[in-house]
Design a protein around this ligand. Structure first.
Ligand SMILES: Nc1nc2c(ncn2[C@@H]2O[C@H](COP(=O)(O)OP(=O)(O)OP(=O)(O)O)[C@@H](O)[C@H]2O)c(=O)[nH]1
Ligand SMILES: [Mg+2]
Length: 310
């Protein structure tokens, strides 16, 4: 593919529940309404909820990459999905959401070798809960591999805590910044930390063109890292119209402490529409889902190390 004709890509990374899907929805709806956009999600585990959420919020088809561990089968699957898509839809921009448990570099590298111009790797951080992720290497490498770092959910932290959060994230960025492992050269010398709520990034992030393109590099000079964190997942089915809202909330309030992320779409007895349910570290929310479901399903992710602070 000729570089002048290349399609542009944005990769959204960030730990489980940090706000990646929310940020992609807001970005596409605010700044890319008149553009031809393709959206791909990759989720941890086999049941994809984000595909449905994105598709109902953006009014477009959303492609899903199977299996959470994107690093293992990535190139072949991504290549196939993208070439099939390009044949039916001549899109200009590609948005990819990575799983909360994978780092973005393998996706960058795969897209780069397919001729895409990756304009930005955007890391969405849960400013309220990120300290609980500090034991996770993948969280730090997500920051290290990004050029736009959004301190998201800033509405949930006290204003006087913000400088400390900015300081800690900048330190992590410097420490984990992608480097050429032969020369030590930083591969993303220019980066920016931006405070956000609901992943609302300023428009200039998507207008910058050359400003944000990082040092070109040979991916083979980069150490290969493979993360398969110690998480487990289950999928719980709730047949339609079996629980009331209050009964469901009671279940949620009694989630065990090692259940860190849950999401799904459910149909409750006393509410007309199905609801998108989102739970992340004790915070939860419901939104109307504009569509029908055969049965409710929640995907729950548990951390296996119970020693993690809550
Ligand atoms: N208060 C608050 N809630 C937010 C903010 N951004 C996102 N959320 C909520 O956080 C929850 C998780 O958001 P998602 O966008 O689904 O997060 P994600 O990173 O895509 O999650 P995974 O794909 O499961 O890793 C949802 O309930 C969002 O509405 C924010 O800035 N403030
Ligand atoms: Mg998501």
């Amino acid at each position: 593919m000729n570089l002048e004709e290349s399609k542009k890509a944005y990769i959204f990374t960030g730990f489980l529940g940090s706000g990646k899907t929310t940020s992609m929805i807001n970005t596409v709806n605010q700044y890319f309404q008149d553009k031809k956009v393709a959206v791909i999600v990759n989720e941890f585990g086999e049941v994809s909820i984000d595909g449905k959420i994105l598709s109902s919020s953006l009014g477009k088809d959303v492609l899903e990459l199977s299996e959470g561990c994107i690093c293992c089968v990535l190139y072949d699957e991504l290549n196939k999905v993208l070439s099939d898509l390009s044949q039916s839809y001549d899109f200009e921009y590609l948005f990819i959401e990575t799983s909360g448990l994978s780092e973005p570099f393998p996706i960058y590298s795969a897209l780069d070798s397919m001729g895409y111009i990756v304009e930005s790797i955007i890391c969405i951080i849960d400013s309220k809960n990120y300290k609980k992720h500090l034991t996770e290497d993948v969280f730090k490498y997500q920051i290290g591999s990004s050029n736009i770092i959004a301190l998201n959910k800033i509405d949930l932290v006290e204003p006087d805590q913000i400088p400390e959060i900015e300081k800690e994230i900048s330190q992590l960025k410097r420490q984990y910044n992608l480097r050429n492992f032969l020369t030590g050269q930083e591969l993303i010398p220019k980066y920016e930390i931006i405070k956000t709520t609901y992943g609302q990034l300023p428009e200039y992030v998507f207008k910058s063109l050359n400003e944000y393109i990082f040092n070109r590099f040979d991916p083979s000079l980069f150490e290969d890292r493979h993360f398969h964190g110690s998480y487990k997942q289950d999928v719980v089915v709730y047949p339609n119209d079996t629980l009331t809202y209050q009964q469901f909330v009671k279940i949620v309030e009694n989630f065990p402490p090692n259940l860190i992320r849950s999401k799904g779409i459910i149909k409750l007895k006393d509410i007309n529409n199905p609801l998108i349910f989102n739970y992340s570290y004790g915070n939860y929310s419901f939104y109307d889902y504009k569509g029908n479901i055969e049965e409710g399903k929640l995907v729950n992710i548990y951390i296996e190390r119970l020693s993690i602070s809550t």
